[in-house]
Design a protein around this ligand. Structure first.
Ligand code: GLU
Length: 210
């Protein structure tokens, strides 16, 4: 079980996400990554420790929204390509995931026209969202349509270029929302953002949060 952190608010997301990943290191992991959201996504990821990720991150960034992940590989070895976040063909959608998408093989077959860049079960989620967006769905509806297709266990957080909200959902993997004075946090574990929040909401069942 590895870690997720997400942030949307008024502060610079980069230091929040980077510190959140450091706070989650105790859970064990083999790779780490961050996606920062603006009209174009900025994705940075690597096999290895959070310190290796920090070495390739920009020194500062204006983005006020983003997602981060520490991976414990289940599908595909710990390589840079298999590190999360995973993106769609157009680099509009970025996804971080804890858990296992059991029907990823069938979904990959269905998404045969898409270009996959990793061995992970997770990447299908980004391409499913892309399909729904291309079909004309609004961002939130596109994420919900993709989630409807998944079998297995997941905590998932999604960010989409040009969309100023994050989407978070879970099934059999923990996910908690943190409400802070200057933004909203999401994490696999409160330790990801504890110092920034007074109030928390634990997602239950198959809750979906925007
Ligand atoms: N199954 C996903 C992968 O192998 C997520 C693993 C995890 O929970 O970190 O990338």
């Amino acid at each position: 079980m590895c870690g997720i952190i997400g942030y949307a608010g008024d502060r610079s997301a980069l230091p929040v996400l980077s510190a959140g990943l450091s706070n989650l290191e105790y859970r064990g992991y083999d790779s780490a990554g961050i996606a920062l959201t603006a009209d174009v996504l900025s994705v940075h990821k690597t096999a290895g420790e959070v310190s290796a990720l920090e070495a390739i991150l920009p020194e500062s960034a204006d983005h006020t929204q983003g997602i981060g992940h520490t991976r414990w590989s289940t599908h595909g070895p710990p390589t840079d390509e298999n590190a999360h976040p995973h993106t769609d063909c157009t680099d509009r959608v970025a996804v971080v995931h804890n858990g296992i998408i059991e029907n990823y093989d069938a979904l990959r077959d269905e998404l045969a026209g898409h270009e996959f860049t990793s061995d992970t079960d997770t990447e299908v989620v980004a391409h499913l969202i892309e399909e729904a967006l291309d079909g004309g769905a609004e961002p939130r509806a596109a994420v919900e349509a993709a989630i409807d297709r998944l079998e297995g266990t997941y905590a998932l957080v999604v960010t989409i270029a040009g969309v100023d909200e994050l989407y978070a959902t879970r099934r059999d993997s923990p996910l908690v929302i943190g409400h802070g004075a200057d933004g909203t946090f999401v994490g696999s574990d409160v330790t990801a953002f504890l110092e920034h929040t007074q109030e928390r909401t634990y997602l239950e069942g198959e809750d979906f949060a925007a």
